[in-house]
Design a protein around this ligand. Structure first.
Ligand SMILES: [Zn+2]
Length: 251
């Protein structure tokens, strides 16, 4: 995936995925004060994550931390411009999510008084920031591909937009599937606008990433913290990706 500003395009990896941890999201709640969504790490991933072997390193070698950081910066930049344009089009003022911060250790950052666990990425409404475990995110970037970084950021950014729009569903899963749809719209529209260029394999990377972050099949859909099965998440994401925000029930 290449941003127009442009670093060089990359190949992609047909990733052999271990169960990636689920994207945790919205710790501290989308809307109300209290922390409401504990992360749902599947911690078996973390050890191999911090020292990926050759089987998890993409063959083209474009998986450095510097490249990861560049992709995060591009993803943030494109998200800000995308949402600013959407808000402007409907006559509303947009303020970007205040900060996007990496962390490395349990409890290094907290949201609304709740320490953020490793192996996660969240949007924290209290501080209006996105935080991500950098080791976990880099491992996912290496395992799934650069498209995952854009998806992850797009999903968390969407939670910030939900707060700005005052959208708050009764069930976590509704909030999460909408965020997947919005992430899809942000990416699909950016591709249609020529802001982003997909490389061969990027769509598969989205699918791989969404498969990896789906809930376990036995997770009740109404449970606190439910994000949706891999199939539900993939459906939502691609509905937004293909059709733009109209598919996401924002109004
Ligand atoms: Zn989420």
């Amino acid at each position: 995936m290449t941003a127009r500003s442009g670093r060089r395009p990359r190949g992609s990896l047909a990733a052999t995925l271990a169960a990636l941890v689920a994207v945790g999201c919205a710790v501290g709640g989308v809307g109300d004060g209290g922390p409401q969504e504990p992360a749902e790490p599947r911690p078996q991933q973390s050890r191999q994550a911090s020292s990926p072997g050759p089987q998890t390193t993409r063959a083209d070698g474009t998986t450095s931390v510097a490249e990861f950081k560049g992709d995060i910066e591009d993803a943030v930049d494109i998200a800000e411009r995308y949402w600013a344009a959407q808000f402007q089009a409907s006559g509303q003022r947009f303020s970007p999510v205040r900060r996007v911060v990496p962390y490395q250790r349990d409890g290094e950052l907290s949201c609304g008084g709740q320490p953020l666990p490793r192996n996660n990425a969240v949007y924290c409404s209290q501080g209006d920031f996105i935080a991500y475990d950098v080791n976990w995110s880099v491992a996912a970037f290496r395992q799934v591909g650069d498209a995952f970084v854009f998806y992850l950021l797009g999903h968390e950014y969407a939670h910030g937009v939900q707060v700005r729009l005052g959208i708050r569903y009764s069930f976590t899963i509704q909030q999460e599937l909408q965020a997947d749809c919005m992430a899809g719209a942000y990416l699909g529209d950016s591709v249609r606008d020529g802001v982003l260029t997909l490389d061969k394999g990027d769509l598969d990377e989205f699918r791989d990433g969404l498969l990896a972050v789906g809930d376990d099949p036995d997770q009740p859909w109404f449970a606190e913290g439910s994000h949706g099965t891999a199939e539900q998440r993939t459906d939502s994401f691609f509905r937004g990706y293909r059709n733009g925000l109209d598919a996401c029930d924002l109004s």
